[in-house]
Design a protein around this ligand. Structure first.
Ligand code: NAP
Length: 240
């Protein structure tokens, strides 16, 4: 049975490494970043063309099961995969790393709510780690932003006062403390991505008294089977 592994995360790469070559897998990336970290084994890159395109692609490529190991905020592809697999009666698993649960964080439902909170409370120096697509709600803000992204945001969405820091994790506690201190950050805005690679910023913020604004995850589609670890996904695949 050939398995489609929807990827773009460290967990997806780890799962591919556990399954290949014993299992017949194809990993899929969206093609958003110019130099993606590639998983082992066969890889295809680019969107499928919505639910219809995905359904056709699954048929054309003789796929028997789908593991969705995309990022917890990649809600569109997750919804498309859930819908398509339900329609086709195809085994389908979501691998979603556990969420962070830092004490004292301000929880908000969206990046727009995060921007409203920053404005209401009058924060002046913001560390923004919501990714290139999470900058737009902050465009009109008067605060200064340190924007850490893997690929640069479009220039028309950048707030007036900002610095763009291009980098890719993982990040360590000491470096995160230095970054917060050197830039006199008073608030950190982050998605609740979960995972160890970018978690150090939370401990650094807590220890330095920096407010954390946490954008909560979109819910998973109803009725999907979900696991939190690569080990559990390997077990699910073994049971197919
Ligand atoms: P999204 O909003 O859920 O998906 C938008 C469209 O991109 C989908 O409709 C699909 O296009 C295509 N797509 C997304 N993931 C794909 C995949 N793995 N393979 C093939 N096509 C895919 O996704 P997103 O939030 O833009 O994220 C894109 C990719 O970046 C994901 O693979 C995700 O794992 C990774 N990523 C996302 C974040 C984040 O914060 N959102 C962070 C790190 C990594 P069609 O409709 O044409 O099929």
């Amino acid at each position: 049975m050939r398995i489609l592994l929807l990827g773009g995360t460290g967990e997806a790469r780890a799962l591919a490494a556990r399954l290949h070559p014993a299992r017949d897998i194809v990993s899929s990336l969206a093609g958003r970043v110019p130099d993606p970290a590639l998983p082992v084994g066969p890889v295809r890159i680019g969107g499928f063309g919505g639910v219809d395109g995905l359904r056709q692609w699954l048929r054309d490529n003789d796929i028997g099961a789908v593991v969705d190991a995309t990022h917890p905020f990649a809600a569109t592809i997750t919804a498309h995969a859930a819908t398509t697999c339900a329609e086709l009666g195809m085994p389908h698993l979501v691998l979603s790393r556990p969420a962070w649960d830092p004490a004292g964080a301000v929880r908000v439902a969206s990046d727009t709510d995060a921007a409203a909170f920053i404005a209401e409370r009058g924060f002046l120096r913001v560390f923004l780690t919501t990714g290139r697509s999470g900058v737009r709600p902050f465009t009109g803000s008067e605060a200064w932003f340190l924007i850490r992204v893997v690929t640069p945001p479009d220039t028309d969405v950048l707030p007036r006062n900002h610095e763009v820091l291009l980098s890719r994790g993982p990040y360590g506690y000491d470096d995160e403390c230095t970054l917060l201190r050197d830039n006199r950050i008073d608030v950190l805005v982050t998605k609740n991505s979960g995972g160890a690679l970018t978690e150090a910023k939370l401990a650094a913020a807590k220890d330095l008294g920096v407010t954390v604004v946490m954008i909560e995850r979109p819910p998973l589609p109803p009725g999907v089977t979900a696991v939190g670890t690569v080990d559990e996904a390997v077990t699910w695949v073994a049971g197919l």
